[in-house]
Design a protein around this ligand. Structure first.
Ligand SMILES: CC(C)(COP(=O)(O)OP(=O)(O)OC[C@H]1O[C@@H](n2cnc3c(N)ncnc32)[C@H](O)[C@@H]1OP(=O)(O)O)[C@@H](O)C(=O)NCCC(=O)NCCS
Length: 207
């Protein structure tokens, strides 16, 4: 299932599946996000709305619709991450720019209960291969990470993304303007190969 610009799409490797968000994800998304407040909050955009309210089941339909609208418009490629068929996170491609740059930014999170299994490196590899492949046709993918986020730094290290720069006071995260390290990859760096093949192994199947 692919659109003209590669969304909607379903991507998978072993037990990790990426698919567009859907309205019936609301209850699971809400409970995972609320349970993971302490795990996620340090890395999330600042918001004046309380966490529980922002992640109530009723918050999902407008968010899901906005994500899907952006996906159809080609400004984003929003995906949920399923592991063994259960929603455990999201990986969103944002800031899609066409024209001479043909680039984008990728952000992600996963349920702390399944962290450390290589789920996000697999999801990021799938997404990058899709973005740089013929269906989407982008040239450059960027991931921006706070220097304090050692777990996320490991994700880009595992895939061999190039460190490109240091952005001061770049994003408004968890109540303040936070510096970020920028990592990137361009199509030339994976030509004739794939990001997925850079991973030594896929996550084990749950259960
Ligand atoms: C960053 C994140 C997406 C990594 O996803 P993941 O699927 O766990 O990635 P990995 O399995 O490759 O683990 C990466 C590193 O996390 C660390 N880690 C592993 N298990 C962990 C756990 N239970 N708790 C905390 N950190 C853990 C390890 O350093 C690991 O590196 P290693 O494999 O060399 O030991 C995940 O930690 C997360 O969602 N964090 C909160 C939100 C966030 O930081 N988003 C990214 C913003 S840039």
């Amino acid at each position: 299932m692919t659109g003209t610009r590669g969304w909607p799409a379903q991507l998978s490797a072993g037990p990790v599946q990426l698919r567009p968000p859907r309205l019936r994800d609301g209850p699971t998304w809400s409970s995972v996000r609320i349970r993971n407040e302490r795990w996620l909050r340090p890395w999330e955009p600042t918001s004046p709305i309380a966490w529980e309210q922002r992640h109530a089941t009723t918050a999902w339909p407008p968010l899901c619709s906005a994500l899907r609208r952006a996906g159809r418009a080609g400004t984003m490629l929003p995906f949920v991450i399923a592991y063994g068929g259960t929603l455990v996170g999201q990986i969103n491609v944002s800031n899609v720019i066409r024209g001479a740059q043909r680039g984008c930014t990728v952000g992600y999170w996963v349920d702390g209960d399944v962290a450390g299994r290589g789920i996000v490196p697999t999801a990021l590899a799938l997404v990058i291969d899709h973005l740089l492949g013929p269906e989407v046709g982008l040239h450059r993918v960027e991931v921006d990470i706070r220097p304090e986020n050692t777990a996320s730094l490991r994700v880009v290290e595992k895939l061999g993304l190039r460190r490109e720069g240091y952005y001061e006071r770049f994003l408004d995260i968890d109540g303040g303007w936070c510096d970020h390290l920028a990592f990137a990859v361009t199509a030339e760096e994976v030509a004739g190969s794939s990001m997925l093949s850079r991973l030594p192994r896929l996550p084990v199947t749950p259960g």
